[in-house]
Design a protein around this ligand. Structure first.
Ligand code: IMP
Length: 428
């Protein structure tokens, strides 16, 4: 059998959690492949809003296995809090969740290094979520990291102290007080590591290979978005992992030829949280309106998200890098009430009109060029089929599909799992 991949095509917060939850019943295993508690995957059903950071979004469906893959970085404390919150909703996390021994651990001092590094960058800061993501991936590639499998070893504490010692040396170069909170953070961390030992830790690549051999269906769940990818995002204002499709191979141990569908999720407009270039950003009342109507505030940090119009060159780029086979358009309901909707179709770059994403998308170098399409007034939040949709929305869908050259298979018209319209048969 094959693996399908679901990932974000913009700067994150596209609504991956909701769609994974909607699609979960079609799969046997939901496997998260990268990122860590910088993510906030929001799911809404039965009047309750759930936010997941590390745990895959299939966790609310009994009988489905959820895997945290080797490409993920885990903060045991945040992870433990997620488990506690899920238990309150009667989710049997222990039965449903598997953790790769090769996933890396976020230490308290990784979080301190993140904070110290950001503070030192001043106005050039990345706008990190400060969850320790960058320093943890640096230790991974620097071959210093601690992995989940290490917690089963007798010399785990020694390994922890060695790495902490390295971090303290680094921290001593910053004008940053890391000592005040460290002992308390470590106490909490060790308690959470103890709890993690009670979970099911596995050699996840073998588990997935076996599952494939048995004909099981796997959905690989991405975090963040393609424009935050360490290689293909708006570097250096990116996260530290491979958020694109290739990350599902390295983050799970799955071969590229096992990948079948690639679901690419995008909002009907654009948002970004944190620093970095954002060509179609709106600084006016329209931007405010999108933020207010779309509740555009970070699920992990609560920060207001920057809002702007849909950016076709950026979307096309993400579709190409990921090999997207099916598009999923989110938050179409937020665009209701605009007389006209702008779409960036080109950039003006060094005096030329271009359609691709150049090396730098810095606002001083590129200027977005827009087309305008007619908006719709009707409230979409109760819509349950495309036939009943306003003609202008149907036209907008067709317009985007024509520009990108990939069909939109699912349309989302609200945060609830029920507010989802399948536009074509998915044959999963
Ligand atoms: P970090 O991954 O926490 O280091 O943050 C790096 C950049 O990625 C910052 O601009 C963050 O705001 C952004 N970022 C990280 N995770 C997410 C996410 O899940 N959604 C949206 N933006 C994110």
């Amino acid at each position: 059998m094959t693996v399908d991949v679901l990932l974000g095509l913009q700067w994150g917060d596209e609504g991956k959690g909701k769609i994974v939850d909607v699609l979960t019943r079609k799969y046997d295993i939901i496997a998260r492949f990268q990122g860590g508690p910088n993510a906030g995957h929001t799911l809404e059903f039965d009047g309750i809003k759930h936010v997941l950071h590390t745990i895959p979004s299939g966790i609310f469906h009994a009988g489905i296995k959820n895997l945290i893959g080797n490409g993920v970085v885990i903060d045991p404390v945040i992870f433990q809090k997620e488990i506690t919150a899920l238990k309150e909703h009667k989710v049997d996390v222990k039965a449903a969740l598997l953790i790769s021994r090769k996933a890396h651990l976020i230490l308290p001092t990784h979080r301190m290094l993140d904070a110290a590094s950001e503070a030192a960058k001043g106005k050039n800061k990345i706008g990190s979520t400060l969850k320790g993501i960058g320093p943890t991936y640096m230790d991974k590639t620097g071959r210093n990291g601690l992995r989940v499998g290490d917690i089963e070893l007798t010399d785990f504490e020694e390994r922890y102290n060695t790495l902490k010692g390295k971090h303290e040396q680094l921290l001593s170069h910053y004008d940053f007080d890391y000592k005040a909170d460290l002992a308390k953070m470590e106490e909490e961390w060790y308690a959470a590591v103890d709890a993690m030992r009670e979970m099911t830790l596995i050699d996840s690549e073998h588990f997935l290979h076996q599952a494939l051999a048995e004909g099981k269906k796997i959905l690989a769940e991405g975090a963040q978005g393609s424009l935050l990818d360490i290689d293909f995002g708006s570097y250096p204002f990116v996260t530290s992992s491979t958020t694109t499709c290739a990350g599902s191979c390295t983050g799970l141990g799955i071969a590229p030829n096992k990948i079948n569908k690639v679901f690419g999720i995008f909002k009907a407009y654009c948002t970004r949280v944190g620093s970095g270039p954002f060509p179609t950003e709106l600084f006016d009342n329209t931007g405010e309106e999108l933020r207010a109507k779309g509740h555009e505030f970070g699920a992990t940090t609560g920060r207001p998200r920057r809002c702007g119009w849909l950016d076709i060159p950026a979307l096309k780029y993400a579709v190409a890098v990921n090999g997207v086979t099916n598009l999923i358009m989110m938050k179409a309901d937020v665009l209701s009430g605009f007389d006209s909707i702008k779409v960036c179709t080109h950039y003006r770059y060094q005096g030329e009109l271009i359609e691709h994403l150049p090396y730098s998308i810095d606002e001083n170098l590129i200027e977005p060029v827009y087309e305008e399409v007619k908006g719709w007034q009707a409230d979409l939040t109760g819509l349950d089929n495309l036939e009943d949709a306003p003609q202008e929305l149907k036209d907008y869908i067709k317009y985007v599909e024509d520009k990108i050259g990939v069909p939109i298979s699912i349309l989302s018209v609200g945060p609830n799992r029920t507010q989802t319209i399948q536009l074509e048969e998915l044959a999963i």
